[in-house]
Design a protein around this ligand. Structure first.
Ligand code: NG1
Ligand code: MG
Length: 553
């Protein structure tokens, strides 16, 4: 069942973080409250905070937009949006704030704790459908907030009627985020998700009869973020909303969004996921046309060729496009793997994927195709005009190298990665099932268990390097140093081309592991980092709970 429960409302930080994270997060919240009071003159008792965490993806890279499931977890690093409506607070400092608009619209005043992000404001009709709301022409941090607002208003007007409350004249906002940007830890999704949550709460539509449940909220955040320019999948926003501490989240997208938390195994000694940021910024908004969005197009072309090869009906008219997952499902439902009776529902996804991996070479590969195909070649195979095809698959500008789309190697990554997610998930489920029955010391999964998990992470990395080409020399180097210094598995997390790695490390080895990264990577490449910058670059993470709204009781 899709989870439409309301987003949790927390009145104590104990409900927001695990004790380990809380030890260093409490001060930050106090600082946010104090700063809000200084900026706007509103006492912290009148504030609410929308919290949305960043995430680490443990396995399942670049397959969410192909429709396959992934296994991320939320982290303690998050975006906090403190907000208050100015109307009921006579104490608020109105002097240097934009005046409320006269025509019944609401003015959002946006400020950020970091001086890097300049203050701004925008007006919107909160009783409307968001159509009047335009994103800034030049990208600004507020783009995500505006996109989230637009998404919520669109959703409410399409599904649940407009806001029943009298919209406030002004909403005062102060944002404080700790997810490093461009690091593959989803700072942008944390920002979009937190923004959508704040607006929902301002409208009084988080819970109750006409509330927007977590699944719809997540879908809104996914669609909203696409407005900002990347054809992303839905992993990040799902992880931000649905995660549970000490669990990984198995997120499925087809036929509809579903997220199931699976407990992480308790091992002896325990293990940690350690994040190490290469500090090479992966600026998707700039690079998407020859990296992220290009990969999306390559997988769309692959899905069409696969459909043609399997004799399945497809159309170039429909959006969303047929994805690999939809094609595979259609094939197994209608034909069965041996063109026999329908047996697909009784088959495990692993088996279907293995069958598929056996087929894609014939469907998409062949001599010379490692180097890719031109749009004209794909169009010829599909027996459609090149322009028609190009128009259908490229809703955003892309720039393939020498005009060649590497359809086969990308597909090889997608199908093998989808299989690795199921294998990883099976390991977790099997362990969870046995430890429930076992005595405490039989609880400990063997070293072999961690090696299986780490092995899958390593294979995932190799596939990202070779077939998906989303690594970079610095990621390769960090992963290499990690594996030589205690990582049982290590891989890129997030889109890649820079950003962070995640490593599976036995807890007693963590200090030594981090020291080795400092000596071998950070001190060499970035000798001038402060202690704080280093602590922000490399840190162990426990998986944390997902988003919530907070108000002090
Ligand atoms: P990052 O790199 O964390 O922004 C992106 C996409 C995900 C997913 C991964 C690759 C966005 C918002 N998210 O994550 O949907 O496709 O890349 O697995 O662009
Ligand atoms: Mg991002």
């Amino acid at each position: 069942m899709p989870d439409q429960s309301p987003l949790p409302f927390a009145t104590s930080l104990d409900d927001v973080y695990t004790p380990a994270a809380l030890a260093h997060e409490g001060e930050r919240w106090n600082n946010l409250f104090d700063s809000f009071e200084k900026e706007y003159g509103v006492d912290h008792k009148h504030l609410k905070v929308a919290r949305a965490p960043g995430r680490v993806n443990i396995i399942g890279e670049h397959i969410d937009y192909c429709g396959f499931s992934v296994l991320p977890a939320a982290i303690e690093r998050d975006v906090l949006i403190a907000f208050a409506t100015s109307d009921p607070h006579p104490s608020f400092k109105g002097a240097d704030l934009p005046a409320p608009s006269a025509d019944g619209k609401t003015t959002f005043v946006l400020r950020n704790l970091s001086s890097k992000f300049t203050p701004t404001s925008f007006e919107v009709d909160l009783a409307g459908d968001g159509a009047d709301l335009a994103l800034p022409k030049d990208h600004h941090w507020s783009s995500y907030f505006i996109a989230g607002t637009k998404g919520i208003l669109q959703h409410l007007s399409a599904n649940a009627g407009t806001a029943p409350v009298t919209p406030p004249k002004r909403v005062l906002i102060l944002v404080g985020g700790t997810v490093p940007e461009g690091s593959g830890l989803s700072s942008s999704s944390a920002m979009t998700t937190a923004s959508a949550i704040a607006v929902l709460e301002v409208l009084g539509r988080r819970d109750g009869e006409d509330g927007v449940g977590r699944k719809d909220l997540t879908n809104v955040a996914i669609e909203s973020e696409r407005l900002v320019g990347v054809n992303s999948g839905g992993m990040d926003q799902s992880a931000s909303v649905f995660s549970r501490s000490k669990h990984l989240l198995h997120v499925c997208f087809i036929p509809h969004l579903e997220a199931r938390a699976i407990p992480l195994p308790k091992t002896s000694p325990p293990f940690s996921f350690v994040i190490a940021n290469t500090l090479v910024k992966s600026e998707k908004k700039v690079t998407a046309k020859f990296q992220y969005n290009l990969r999306v197009v390559e997988t769309r072309l692959g899905a069409l060729l696969l459909a043609k090869f399997l004799g399945l009906p497809y159309t170039l008219e429909s959006r969303p496009f047929p994805s690999y997952k939809t094609i595979v499902d259609a094939y197994f439902q209608h034909r069965g793997p041996t063109h026999g009776p329908i047996r697909s529902n009784s088959q495990r996804p692993e088996k279907l994927l293995r069958t598929m991996i056996g087929l894609i070479g014939q469907a998409l590969g062949g001599p010379g195709l490692e180097n890719g195909m031109t749009m004209a070649q794909v169009a010829q195979k599909l027996e459609v005009g090149e322009d028609v095809l190009a128009h259908a698959v490229t809703d955003r500008e892309v720039e393939p190298q020498e005009g060649r789309y590497k359809i086969w190697t990308r597909a090889r990554h997608v199908f093998s990665e989808a299989l690795r997610v199921y294998e990883f998930k099976d390991i977790l489920c099997r362990t969870a099932a046995t430890s429930q029955r076992a005595t405490p010391d039989a609880d400990d999964p063997s070293k072999a268990l961690l090696e299986q998990m780490g092995g899958l992470m390593n294979e995932s990395m190799r596939s990202c390097q070779v077939d998906y080409e989303c690594s970079c020399p610095e990621l390769d180097e960090v992963v290499d140093i990690a594996r030589r210094n205690g990582a049982i598995g290590s891989r890129v997390t997030g889109a890649g081309w820079g950003g962070a790695t995640v490593s599976l490390v036995s807890e007693p080895d963590v200090p030594r592991f981090i020291e080795a990264l400092k000596t071998e990577y950070y001190n060499k490449r970035y000798p001038n980092l402060s202690e704080q910058e280093l602590a922000d670059a490399v840190f162990p993470t426990k998986s944390e709970a997902g988003a919530c709204v907070y108000q002090q009781s």
